[in-house]
Design a protein around this ligand. Structure first.
Ligand code: FCB
Length: 411
């Protein structure tokens, strides 16, 4: 009998995660590229400190990235397709872009990596944003048509497809980003979670994203029925001080829970966890002064993953879970190993208690563009900002080897 606390279950996905805009570079036709440059024209003070520019140049260097990941021992790789490249103008599909992502799927398999492909990781084409983004009347139709057009990418060799990355963060932050574009923005996006928590999503946006997800699932399945579809939700561990259970529930419900419940009919559900939020009777508590903080200002709290996975399983009973993101922004790689081994211990415990988790993807492969700045370094691999040279950190080999050995890593 194998011990679930030491051995990875049969077929368990073991990978690193990336997103197109954060790694590819030169994503000129995306809403974020436009936003970054608008913000820079408006001068310092906003949450966008620098543009994404060439990012990690992974648009050209993806073979090297995959070689490294496979070499560490990973068996899976999560990346996203860039809608702005595939559909540069409404209804106009770039054959070359489709071929590019198809080559990535094939290139992953050639190296022994199973691809998990995301259709939308935050960025949209400029033309989609100009039509009101996810608020637009035909947003769900447009997204479903894109999903359909991208079918050659996932027609073969893709078992898991994520429609929308963190729809809950999109629903919370799209209005903030719209303010940033209009020059009236108040605070930072990534750091916001650590200070004031995320804003409450507009329910219309929540509904619009849910609709877009469902339409995309239909579109994907009508072309490639065997693909397992789901979406990935940002789920931070939400803790209530005594007597603040109702306040914690009121905080978590519109920001996390409704998105998890919306996945009850999906093939799988992605959990993306970094830290905890603690709610008292008067609302969110600040991170305590003596707590260790990461480069994003978030509390160093590895236990968050096990707690988030358990909570998710309660809200979406019976749906297989995949951890599609978990990681830490730090300049000290030994803290990455400490954080990740703590997170994985909590995950293994939850699984030993019967929670159905099918995989773990670490955020992220490369130090990359963290939505406004290159400062928060989440990568297993450092990237030289001038030469794009990749330098693996010790954590990369440590974490990857667990995939090859099929054993949970220990610090
Ligand atoms: C998640 C995003 C990912 C990255 C990490 C740190 O919210 O999906 O792109 O920014 O946080």
């Amino acid at each position: 009998m194998t011990d679930p606390r030491t051995t990875l279950p049969e077929g368990f996905l073991w990978g690193a995660s990336t997103a197109a805009h954060q790694t590819e570079g030169a994503n000129h036709n995306s809403d974020w590229w436009e936003l970054e440059h608008l913000a820079l024209e408006q001068g310092p003070g906003g949450h966008i400190e620098e543009p994404s520019g060439d990012a990690c140049d992974s648009f050209h260097r993806w073979p090297e990235d995959m070689d490294l990941l496979a070499g560490f021992g990973f068996t899976d790789y999560r990346f996203s397709m860039e809608w702005a490249r595939i559909e540069p103008a409404p209804g106009e599909i770039s054959r070359a872009a489709i071929d590019h992502y198809r080559r990535m799927v094939e290139g992953a398999h050639q190296r022994g990596l199973r691809p998990l492909v995301t259709l939308n990781h935050f960025t949209t084409p400029r033309w989609f944003a100009a039509r009101g983004s996810w608020y637009g009347e035909d947003a769900a139709d447009r997204f479903a048509r894109f999903a359909e057009a991208a079918a050659p990418v996932y027609a073969d060799g893709v078992d898991h497809l994520c429609t929308i990355n963190e729809p809950n963060m999109v629903a919370a932050l799209l209005p903030v980003l719209a303010q940033a574009a209009a020059g009236t923005e108040a605070g930072g996006a990534t750091e916001q979670l650590a200070t004031t928590g995320i804003p409450e999503p507009d329910p219309h946006l929540t509904e619009a994203l849910t609709r877009a997800h469902r339409r995309a699932v239909e579109a994907v399945k009508s072309h490639v029925p065997h693909v397992r579809t789901g979406w990935s939700v940002s789920v931070q561990a939400c803790q209530a001080l005594e007597g603040a259970e109702a306040a914690a529930d009121a905080y978590s419900r519109p920001r996390q829970d409704v998105f998890l419940e919306a996945a009850r009919d999906d093939d799988w559900l992605g959990v993306q966890t970094y830290t905890r939020i603690v709610v008292g009777p008067d609302g969110l508590l600040p991170v305590p002064d003596d707590a260790e903080r990461t480069l994003t200002g978030w509390e160093f709290y590895p236990e968050a993953l096990g707690e988030a996975v358990r909570r998710t399983a309660e809200l979406a009973p019976g749906v297989p879970l995949v951890v599609t993101e978990n990681g830490i922004a730090t300049g000290d790689d030994t803290r990455r190993v400490a954080y990740t081994s703590g997170a994985l211990a909590g995950l293994a415990d939850a699984m030993a208690d019967g929670i159905d988790v099918r995989g773990y993807f670490h955020w992220t492969a490369l130090d990359n563009y963290e939505w406004g700045s290159y400062r928060p370094t989440f990568g297993l691999i450092a990237v030289d900002r001038t030469t794009f040279a990749r330098t693996p950190k010790p954590s990369a080999g440590w974490l990857g080897a667990a995939g090859r050995d099929r054993r949970w890593p220990t610090a």
